[in-house]
Design a protein around this ligand. Structure first.
Ligand SMILES: Nc1ncnc2c1ncn2[C@@H]1O[C@H](COP(=O)(O)OP(=O)(O)OP(=O)(O)O)[C@@H](O)[C@H]1O
Ligand SMILES: [Mg+2]
Length: 237
């Protein structure tokens, strides 16, 4: 597979065309950003850890019947994926209150929410990714009603699969963000599932093992990602 021109450079990944017009290469860089790109740092090894973490999770989701864009690992920091027509939407599920939910609603961090909460956000850094609902999505044509239903169903299915996967290695899946796209007539999970886009706490100590370590300046960011990877059995070099 030949790497061609860059399609886009995001805050953490660069996306390249390939000689197959249905496939892209995702390059997971060491760049780490928070607060809509206000805080940016390069963290050694993060690209490789996230690339391999994502590959592991996407394969687990495929095995559970969730269609994903993941095709194969092609280097330490790169994966081959299906080229999706991405929806400009983020799908979030929360099992435990944390982050913006606590700020917005004044609820205490750490309380379990039952049933889990589903939220949509508009992918727009300039607007700070505002929260939206099904009406905004339909009225502004960001996705069709049936796509909205499919994204919600798939996002909850991911919760069932991953809550158990993480629980089995002593971790709490606090919340996570997913991005979907269209591949032909199928709705497919795209982007990434890594500790950059979810919250994971040690089940006993509630130690944070995700990007909140970076946001809150707690240190040991990549070390925490590597600990989660090692508990899951992700092979790193
Ligand atoms: N399979 C795919 N096909 C097409 N685009 C994809 C695919 N997977 C991910 N992308 C897009 O590639 C970009 C990845 O870069 P990155 O995650 O670094 O972006 P970002 O800075 O977070 O910006 P964004 O706010 O757009 O996510 C994202 O815009 C994402 O939606
Ligand atoms: Mg992103």
């Amino acid at each position: 597979m030949k790497k061609k021109d860059v399609l886009c450079t995001g805050k953490a990944k660069s996306v390249y065309y390939t000689d197959d017009d249905k496939k892209l290469i995702l390059h997971f860089r060491n760049d780490t950003s928070a607060f809509d790109g206000e805080k940016i740092e390069k963290l050694a090894r993060k690209g490789e850890v996230n690339n391999k973490f994502n590959a592991f999770i996407m394969q687990k989701l495929e095995e559970a019947g969730i269609p994903t864009h993941f095709e194969e690992l092609i280097s330490d920091e790169e994966s081959l994926v299906k080229k999706l027509d991405m929806f400009p939407i983020e799908c979030v599920v929360r099992n435990i209150a944390a982050g913006s939910l606590c700020k917005r609603l004044g609820v205490e961090e750490g309380i379990e929410v039952s049933p889990p909460i589903f939220e949509f956000f508009l992918k727009d850094d300039a607007l700070h990714d505002p929260m939206i609902n099904e009406y905004h999505i339909q009225s502004f044509g960001w996705a069709k009603p049936e796509d909205v239903v499919a994204m919600q169903e798939l996002t909850f299915k991911v919760n069932t699969v991953l809550k158990k996967l993480f629980a089995d290695c002593g971790l709490l899946l606090v919340d996570y963000k997913l991005e979907f796209g269209r591949f032909g007539d199928q709705i497919v999970l795209g982007d990434e599932f890594t500790p950059d886009g979810c919250r994971l706490w040690d089940a006993e100590t509630r130690k944070k093992l995700d990007k909140d370590r970076f946001r809150q300046g707690l240190g040991g960011v990549v070390e925490a990602y590597e600990e989660v990877a090692s508990r899951l059995g992700v092979k790193l070099s």
